[in-house]
Each structure stands twice: as structure tokens, then as C-alpha cells.
Design a protein around this ligand. Structure first.
Ligand code: DP6
Length: 444
């Protein structure tokens, strides 16, 4: 039974060590040199050991220079570098609780209220890597390391505060949160983006706040394929982000399989990765550092367009944009043309939702424009969620200059947000998603 509990750990010796630190369970004498590693055993009423529980949250990120295509499927190594903006967790975040306990029989995971298969290879990669680092730290003799639970099974419970099906990069926030929380539980510190990357490529960028680049790296083992903060979230306070949720439908082709087909069939993608993105990364980093909205916006739109062009160049082609997406693209260009100034930019990931970048002073009017050309369902809830904003009048001039046929109910709602910080620990224990029995708390 005990052997079985440790069977999935490749380091048997670690299990032996763990076992010997619990004198209450094992009769073998405890080696003197490890007595300082003993942890108090807390038993609950039903004689179950109280789990060691940690809760963290992590953000969604939106790429302005897109990642599309892998050079190594297993390690998740990209064919080009990418750059993203981390969105504020007040509007979009994943919260994850991880509990470890000697009483747990197996690793388990619940996502958005439903138990999922823990044997998913990417989930296993993240668990394996964190446990490996924890053991390495212990073997290196780090005195600060909390050894509790290194050989224990984990229970993981994760929820998003936004609809998963809305195509809002939930896997990025999800894996970033999982890796960050596991690291807290097992006392692993330092660079974690290389592990989050093995859950989902874009997740490595959610390990930092603000403006983040994922450097593609050259090494075969992926050790140099890491995320790095370019500027913190405080760098460009006027920058605003509007997520225009076009549809709650699931995306037709997932990004993992979509990019696989693109790598195999699109010569435009090869050209993009080799000859376009390297220069764009440099220009984008400079635009962010200078807070040059025009340069930032134009690069963002061009890169989104090129990414979707590579999807069309994929054989058979992949279509992520729909009529609503195309109407948003036209609206943005006509709005900018009316002012003779690039005030607003769009970007689209592997789905029809537009993400709009603009500056704070333009938000009220642009939201009115969107509302005019996508008249919302009046019976539905609030059309604009997130950051509060005031209303601006909409001139007839502007409406005529845009001159598009309105698309009623084309958008479900808008989430108004800004750049935000990276993952963090939720200190309040009442926020744990797992109860003292290690199972998901019942929500009302
Ligand atoms: C279009 O990170 O979801 O959003 O690494 O296979 O999990 P996997 O793919 P994923 O791809 C994201 C693609 C994108 C662009 C981006 O976020 O850079």
C-alpha cells in the first residue's frame, strides 16, 4: 500500500526519506540528522491528516506578437519568439488550490467544478518537473526547503472567473497558476516559466505581469526557451484593453493541432518565423519601452493579420475569424482613418473574439461606437463589464464616417481591463477551493 503510494515517483530514495520523517506512522528509528525536517502532524476529526493547502491566482495574457508553431512538440519549443500583455486579474484570472496530504490515495484534479483526467501528458510534465526541482533542492541541501508532502499525492482544484469556452486563453492562465501553486506547495523558487511552458506554450508568458517576451531559445533541451518581463504593469498606465466577446462557442480547431498543421503545410509560416518575427520583436519591444501607441498598435494589427494569413495558408485552411471579427477589423480601421490617427488596435487569437488596445482617453467614445454597430441584446445582462467608464456622446459625423451596417447581437459583451501583475498567493484561507477533507468545497 505504502509502496504503491510512492510508485509514481522516480526517486524512491526521496520517498524513503519522507517516510522516515513521520515517526507516528513508521516504526523504524529516525535518523538523527533529519529530525529538524519533521513537520507537526495535524489530524482532523475523522483522523485524516490535515492537508497542506495553498491557493494562488494567475493572469491571462494576450499576444501582440503571436506564437504559432513548435519545433519540439513534447517540450513545447516555439519556432519564433513572441510578446504579450498580461491582463489584470481583477477582470480575468484563474484561481488554483493545491493540497498535499499523506492521506491522499492518488493525484486528482478538478477544473471548473468537474473532475478531469490527471494523466494528461502536459499536466504530468508540470507535476514531474516541479517534484524534480523540489527533490533537487533538497539534495542540494537547501535548509529553507519545506519538505512537507514531497512524496505525497496532490489534489488540485482550479476555476476561472470568466467562461472557459469564450476562447480567452484559459490554458495560459490555467497552467501558469498550476505551476506557480505547485511551486509554492513544494517550496520551489526561481525560474518557473520553463515549466509552465511545458503545460501550454503561451502559459510561460502568464508567469509575469506587464509586458512579457517569450524568447524562443536555440537549445534542444529547451533550457533557454523562457519568458522574461520587458516592462512591469505600471509602465504604461494609460493603456487599456477591451475584450470583445463575439461568441461563447468553442473554437473549431484547437491551437495545438492548428499550429501543427500550419508547421507542416504553410510556407508563409516558415517565412514569418524566420524573416518577419525577429525584426518585429525588436520593434515591438522598442515601441513598448517608448510607450509609442502608434507603433505598438500598427505592429499588433499587422502581426494578428499575418498570423491569420498563415492560418489561411495552412492546408486545409483554418478559419478563426468570423463575420463579427471582420466587422470589428473594418470598424477599427475606419475609426482610425476618421481621426487620421491610430487610436485603436485589434488582435485575434485562435478564435473570433477581438482584443482591442487603446488609450484611456479614447475608451468612452470607442465603446459607444462598438455599441452602436453591434447593438446588444437588451434583455441580456450588462454589456460592458470590468473597469468602470463614463459615457461619451457619439457624433453623426463619426457614425457616417464608419458607415457600416449594424450587426445586432454580434457581440455578447465587452470586458474592459488594463495591464496587470503576474501570479500571486491568495493569503486568505477562506478562499481555498479545497476543504479540509481535500475535496472541492461545495459552492452555492
Ligand atoms: C494564437 O499556447 O494555446 O494564442 O502551446 O499548444 O498549448 P500550445 O498552444 P497555445 O497557443 C496560443 C496561440 C495563440 C498565440 C499566442 O498566444 O501567442
Amino acid at each position: 500500500m505504502r509502496e504503491e503510494l510512492y510508485a509514481t515517483l522516480d526517486d524512491r530514495e526521496a520517498a524513503e526519506h519522507e517516510r522516515s520523517s513521520y515517526s507516528v506512522c513508521f516504526t523504524s528509528p529516525e535518523p538523527a540528522q533529519i529530525t529538524d525536517l519533521r513537520v507537526p502532524l495535524v489530524l482532523t476529526e475523522d483522523n485524516m491528516e490535515k492537508p497542506n493547502t495553498v491557493t494562488c491566482c494567475a493572469p491571462v495574457n494576450i499576444a501582440v506578437i503571436k506564437y504559432w508553431g513548435k519545433r519540439d512538440e513534447e517540450l513545447i519549443l516555439p519556432i519564433n519568439s513572441s510578446l504579450s500583455v498580461t491582463l489584470h486579474q481583477d477582470q480575468l484570472k484563474t484561481t488554483t488550490t493545491v493540497a498535499t496530504s499523506r492521506s491522499f490515495q492518488e493525484d486528482r484534479i478538478w477544473l471548473n467544478g468537474k473532475e478531469e483526467d490527471i494523466n494528461h501528458p502536459r499536466l504530468q510534465s508540470c507535476l514531474r518537473e516541479i517534484r524534480r526541482l523540489a527533490r533537487k533542492r533538497r539534495n542540494d541541501g537547501d535548509p529553507g526547503l519545506n519538505l512537507t508532502g514531497l512524496s505525497h499525492k496532490v489534489h488540485i482544484c482550479s476555476v476561472n472567473n470568466f467562461p472557459t469556452a469564450a476562447g480567452l486563453a484559459s490554458s495560459a492562465a490555467g497552467f501558469a497558476c498550476l505551476v506557480y501553486t505547485l511551486a509554492q506547495v513544494f517550496g520551489v523558487e526561481g525560474e518557473l516559466s520553463g515549466i509552465a511552458r511545458q503545460g501550454s506554450g503561451s502559459a510561460c508568458r502568464s508567469m509575469y505581469g506587464g509586458f512579457v517576451q517569450w524568447i524562443m531559445g536555440k537549445k534542444d533541451d529547451g533550457k533557454d526557451s523562457l519568458a522574461q518581463q520587458v516592462e512591469p504593469e505600471t509602465h504604461w498606465p494609460e493603456l487599456r484593453i477591451l475584450v470583445l466577446v463575439a461568441s461563447a462557442e468553442r473554437k473549431p480547431v484547437g491551437s495545438t493541432s492548428g499550429m501543427q498543421t500550419s508547421v507542416q503545410t504553410s510556407c508563409l509560416l516558415k517565412h514569418r518565423a524566420e524573416s518577419v518575427v525577429p525584426g518585429r520583436m525588436v520593434e515591438m519591444i522598442e515601441a513598448v519601452q517608448r510607450k509609442d501607441f502608434t507603433a505598438f498598435a500598427e505592429l499588433t494589427m499587422k502581426d494578428s493579420n499575418q498570423f491569420h494569413a498563415t492560418c489561411l495558408d495552412t492546408y486545409p485552411p483554418i478559419f478563426y475569424l468570423n463575420n463579427v471579427s471582420r466587422q470589428v477589423i473594418n470598424l477599427v480601421h475606419r475609426y482610425n482613418r476618421h481621426y487620421g490617427d491610430t487610436r485603436v488596435a485589434y488582435t485575434f487569437d485562435a478564435g473570433p473574439n477581438a482584443v482591442i488596445f487603446t488609450l484611456q482617453q479614447h475608451v468612452p467614445e470607442f465603446v459607444q461606437v462598438v455599441q452602436h454597430f453591434f447593438p446588444p441584446d437588451t434583455n441580456g445582462g450588462q454589456f460592458i463589464k470590468g473597469l468602470p467608464g463614463h459615457c461619451a456622446p457619439l457624433s453623426e459625423d463619426l457614425k457616417q464616417a464608419i458607415g457600416l451596417e449594424p450587426m445586432p447581437k454580434g457581440l455578447s459583451y465587452i470586458i474592459s481591463t488594463k495591464a496587470g501583475p503576474g501570479p500571486c498567493v491568495v493569503e486568505d484561507p477562506t478562499q481555498h477551493l479545497l476543504g479540509s477533507d481535500g475535496l472541492p468545497k461545495k459552492t452555492a
